[in-house]
Design a protein around this ligand. Sequence first.
Ligand code: SF4
Length: 280
Amino acid sequence: MSLIYQSQVEELICRLYEEAAIKLPVDVKKALQDAYDLEEDQTALLNLDAILENIKIAEEKNLPLCQDTGLPIIFVKMGKVQVENLKEGIINGVKKATEEVPLRPNVVDPLTRKNTGNNIGRFIPQIDIELVDTDQLEITIFPKGFGSENNNALKMALPGEGEEGIKQFVLETVLSAGGKPCPPIVVGVGIGGSSDMSLKLAKKALLRKIGEHHSEERMANLEREMLEMVNATGIGPMGLGGKTTALDVKIEYADTHTAGLPIGVCIQCWAARRATGILK
Ligand code: SF4
């Protein structure tokens, strides 16, 4: 079994944070360009043009593409490897990225609102560890802006509400969010599990590339139907009207209790940042 050192984790976290903060993934950039090519409304075109220009300038000048560099959320897929001080490696990597990229210090005490100054805090960075059957350590940085995060929602639906209930709740959540989450958005939908699990599934669903549907046809169809439904709202880029309110809808699901149907909705903004790296 290979040994991964703390310094390797620190370096990777810092590099991935820089990549995520400055450069959007290719699939997200393509989806935004496709939205521009499809659009006819002049205001929507103006907004999409500003977003595309923003992305270009950030890359050229090596600067974060939005002033809100997000709450540090780290997804770890841990295979059969030994890692030296994983937690410390992640924390030091986030501290280093905060100084070097630089990232805006966003982390505060929830009540006093005192800023910790380095994006580290109690239970932050938020680390999600999934044990997998590989021989590597996979780390994904998911910096989450709160203009979008503030619009997430949970419903403990009744089992009988079924697919229609899920669609209705997603639509209600998107309508109530309107222009607040900086559309075009990506909508993550978590179905089943427990209350907290459904929200986590919704967030994990956002790790899938734009245009890549769920591997199960029934879920892929539901994703397509919900994307059409969300775009029919006409909320449009930055909430000022247009054809593209969402670039995609992503579902992840888990089996659940016979008495319930938890539905978690996690909204991602156009700055759908993520970066993944592997250590062996
Ligand atoms: S919601 Fe996204 S695009 Fe809007 S300010 Fe926050 S991070 Fe930036």
